[in-house]
Design a protein around this ligand. Structure first.
Ligand SMILES: *Cc1c(COP(=O)(O)O)cnc(C)c1O
Length: 400
């Protein structure tokens, strides 16, 4: 067990890890040191969107690494330009007559949100305006760097790191009254997750979103969607906002976009994007050719029929879970596509994860209580059946 010991000794204690050393993976399965097989419904926290070690990524990595791995953004590179164009086209696939969306590339979700915060403030400095305040919501999660952390409306993540960056206001999610009251002449932007994933898989009410959009439009306030977890096919559409039909000024993406390689993207409408000028924001690694080429492959896989299959599998998974509800004290099942949260009446929800591991199933908890299911997007129907059986065995054990 020297891996456990070395990890404890040489690595910061910031992660609570399950007692498993993963050495390899293929498709929807991971394997530990002893060769035990696990069905993976965590997928690197909604990151390995095409499963583990898919051939398409293996090939892209191999061929791109022979050509060019990194140059910095001092030069033009082909994969970055092609990826930005493909992402921009995705917005127009959803709606033809929308303005052009441009991309800024970075390396994580937090960084994409940092960029969005900077852009929102800079945009509002235009015309000498004094708007700087950004509204976010309780139970949101936007990342761990100072700007993104300040945007995160959960006190437990702020504790010990105060003071936070000034200029953030947190409001109750899906509460129109408090939203209307909170808007003032300093409001620069509203930043939200359409599904609060880390916060327990809480879906935004369409009426609430419509109201926000109307107010933002009227008052000239920027609307920012953090689609770091919901984006890139996770909910059965390329962008989750397509389900709601309300497009924002700024979108942030990360997790699933490069199938397991680190990449973040901030996309913004041209008129907004153009206020960040040369030298005002940068990332050394951002959009490097290796990662950009892989992301381009991931994005190309996600055509209409792929996205349709994500939707169908999500419905199938919800149906399977609903059938378990007849026999087990499941309080709630909610989600979109393959981002699903399940609440179980149980005093010790954490025991579910440990029992599931014993049954060869990897699942995790968010918000300390909700089982969050985010399998690879190309999971098969028979793997979903396998999940349902293993999950039922797990419930039997923990509810005994
Ligand atoms: C994971 C996540 C982040 C943070 O992404 P990192 O890559 O860990 O910095 C931000 N927003 C949302 C919605 C997330 O799910």
């Amino acid at each position: 067990m020297s891996i456990y010991k070395d990890t404890e000794k040489y690595i910061f204690k910031t992660y609570k890890r399950y007692p498993l050393t993963i050495v390899s993976g293929k498709g929807a399965y991971l394997y530990d040191e002893a060769g035990n097989k696990y069905l993976d419904f965590i997928a690197g926290i909604a990151v390995c969107s095409l499963g583990h070690c898919p051939e398409i990524i293996e090939r892209a990595l191999l061929s791109q690494s022979k050509k060019l791995i990194h140059t910095s953004n001092l030069f033009y590179t082909i994969p970055q330009a092609e990826l930005a164009k493909a992402l921009s086209k995705r917005v127009n696939t959803y709606k033809k007559d929308l303005p052009l969306y441009k991309s800024f590339f970075c390396n994580s979700g937090a960084e994409a949100n940092e960029a969005a915060i900077k852009l929102a403030r800079k945009f509002n400095r235009k015309n000498g305006s004094n708007r700087f305040e950004i509204i976010t919501f309780f139970n949101s999660f936007h990342g761990r760097t100072y700007g993104a952390l300040s945007a995160t409306g959960q006190e437990k993540f702020h504790k010990g790191f105060e003071p936070m960056l000034p200029g953030f206001k947190y409001l109750p999610f899906n509460d129109m009254k408090s939203f209307k009251k909170a808007i003032n002449k300093h409001t620069a932007a509203v930043m939200l997750e359409l599904i609060q994933a880390e916060g327990g898989v809480n879906i935004i009410d369409k009426d609430f979103l419509l109201e926000i959009k109307d107010i933002c439009e009227k008052e000239g306030i920027l609307l920012i969607y953090d689609e770091v977890q919901t984006g890139v096919g996770r909910t059965g559409k390329f962008f989750c906002f397509e389900h709601f039909g309300i497009e924002p000024h700024i979108i942030t993406l990360a997790k699933g976009i490069a199938g397991g390689l680190p990449m973040g993207v901030m996309m913004a409408r041209e008129e907004v994007a153009n206020v960040l000028e040369q030298g005002e924001h940068a990332s050394t690694f951002g959009g490097n050719p290796l990662v950009a080429q892989v992301a381009l492959e991931v994005v190309s896989v996600m055509n209409k029929s792929f996205l349709k299959s994500v939707e169908k599998k999500g419905q199938y998974l919800i149906k399977s879970l609903t059938s378990l509800k007849e026999r087990y004290p499941i309080k709630s099942i909610r989600g979109m596509g393959l981002l699903i949260g399940v609440d179980i009446e149980n005093n010790e929800p954490t025991s579910i994860v440990g029992e599931a591991i014993k049954k060869g199933l990897l699942i995790n908890l968010t918000a300390g209580k909700t089982v969050r299911l985010v399998p690879p997007l190309n999971v098969s129907f028979s793997e979903i059946d396998e999940f349902t059986n293993k999950f039922e065995d797990t419930l039997k054990e923990v509810l005994k």
